[in-house]
Design a protein around this ligand. Structure first.
Ligand SMILES: [Zn+2]
Ligand SMILES: [Zn+2]
Length: 408
């Protein structure tokens, strides 16, 4: 039975390559590259794929790549990893901490990249042995955090002929060895909002003769999220959270301009559509009450990732096959944004959460300078990704003689 053999094959492959994959991840972690600047990362991946006899095709900008394993008339399943880092400081003591000032793999994309590399090497072996009943497209996507890398991959024909697509994301609230699964929406819409305020400026001794811009900006910062929560159905979980605010240079001078930037997140599509106009009218009313001018730039981000039922079932079945009974756990829809959503607007697929917490250990959070993973998650991820690709190919594949009985 293929399922039983697969587990043994993965055991043998990982016994040989797990340490090497951990070293690969640490190298990426020490050399993080931001969105659309992942040149070194792309080269490292390409070298390893080429050495395994594959033919990677680097995207035109020189960051990110696509590579097919296997061929023939069978179905095509895509596996995607994002490869970019975040513009924040690494705060870890680990020997593999970032060597780049102000850049850090704080979203685990180094792990996603390494998991997909390991999966690629395993699938290359399977293909060489004639065991791949179709084609697997490996997508090493740049610039997830921008976001926009997914659209770049699609513009380059990355989804052409692809029947289904799968992806994983590190989840530091789930123990290593487990995978969080959810059919339907699993992430949320995430937009970016920049508010600029301006006024005449003046001396802090005479706020009544000018417009007290810092005070007005502070009102906007607190009133906008508060008013929104009373104007939108709470079930939509629309939230506006500020991440940056700037105004003024001196303690005794009222500045003439200020800026605040934040994100608007939302579980629900109707509320997502209503958000920009509502925020604009609330902003204008608060600003006019304090005599300042306010403008906003509202940038639409990603829609929610909506997992297709059949693909989610395939991924769950594969994860249980690869990691054993009890490995699949339910997960909730998060308020995080993820540009994998763009792929799922075009073709069916599923996105799942890969547990990265050491059991009983610290619960980290992503997008924090302290974020780290239990590196056993790399081998787990390879098992899940490889099993998912093969399960998806088996279930629609041409090899009728192949059985897909789950492992005991
Ligand atoms: Zn992220
Ligand atoms: Zn991420």
């Amino acid at each position: 039975m293929r399922g039983r053999e697969l587990r043994g094959e993965l055991d043998a492959f990982l016994a040989e390559t797990e340490q090497d994959l951990v070293a690969f991840r640490r190298d990426l972690h020490m050399h993080p590259e931001l969105a659309f600047a992942e040149y070194r990362t792309t080269q490292r991946i390409a070298e390893r794929l080429t050495a395994a006899g594959l033919a990677p095709s680097v995207l035109p900008r020189g960051t990110g790549l696509i590579c097919d394993v296997g061929s023939g008339d069978g179905p095509t399943v895509a596996l995607r990893a994002d490869i970019d880092a975040l513009p924040l400081q690494d705060e870890k003591d680990a020997p593999y901490h970032s060597t780049v000032e102000g850049a850090c793999h704080a979203c685990g994309h180094d792990v996603h990249t390494t998991v997909l590399l390991g999966t690629s090497l395993f699938l290359a072996q399977q293909a060489a042995a004639g065991l791949l009943p179709g084609r697997v497209r490996l997508i090493f996507q740049p610039a997830e955090e921008l976001p926009g890398g997914a659209l770049e991959v699609m513009a380059q024909g990355g989804l052409k002929d692809v029947d289904r697509i799968f992806g994983l994301h590190c989840d530091p609230r789930v123990d290593v060895g487990q995978v969080g699964i959810r059919p339907g929406p699993i992430t949320s819409a995430c937009d970016k909002l920049v508010v600029r305020v301006s006024g005449p400026g003046g001396h802090t001794a005479r706020p009544h003769l000018t417009a007290d811009l810092v005070f007005a900006l502070a009102k906007i910062l607190t009133e906008l999220p508060a008013a929104l929560s009373r104007r939108i159905d709470p079930r939509s979980s629309l939230s506006l959270v500020w991440g940056k605010v700037e105004a003024g240079t001196a303690a005794n001078a009222i500045p003439d301009a200020g800026v605040a930037a934040g994100t608007v997140r939302c579980l629900d599509e109707d509320a997502w559509h209503a958000a920009p106009d509502l925020i604009k009218s609330l902003l204008e009313s608060v600003a006019s009450a304090y005599g300042v001018e306010a403008t906003m730039d509202y940038t639409r981000g990603v829609p929610p990732v909506v997992n297709d039922e059949v693909s989610t079932e395939m991924l769950a079945e594969a994860a249980e096959r690869a990691l054993g009974a009890g490995a699949v756990v339910p997960t909730q829809q998060s308020l995080g944004g993820e540009d994998f959503a763009w792929y799922l607007e075009s073709i069916p697929g599923a996105f799942a959460r890969l547990g990265t917490r050491s059991p009983g250990g610290v619960t980290y959070d992503i997008h924090q300078g302290t974020f780290d993973v239990d590196e056993k998650a790399i081998a787990m991820g390879v098992r899940v990704m490889a099993a998912t690709a093969l399960t998806a190919l088996w279930e629609v594949g041409p090899l009728d003689s192949v059985t897909t009985t789950a492992m005991a």
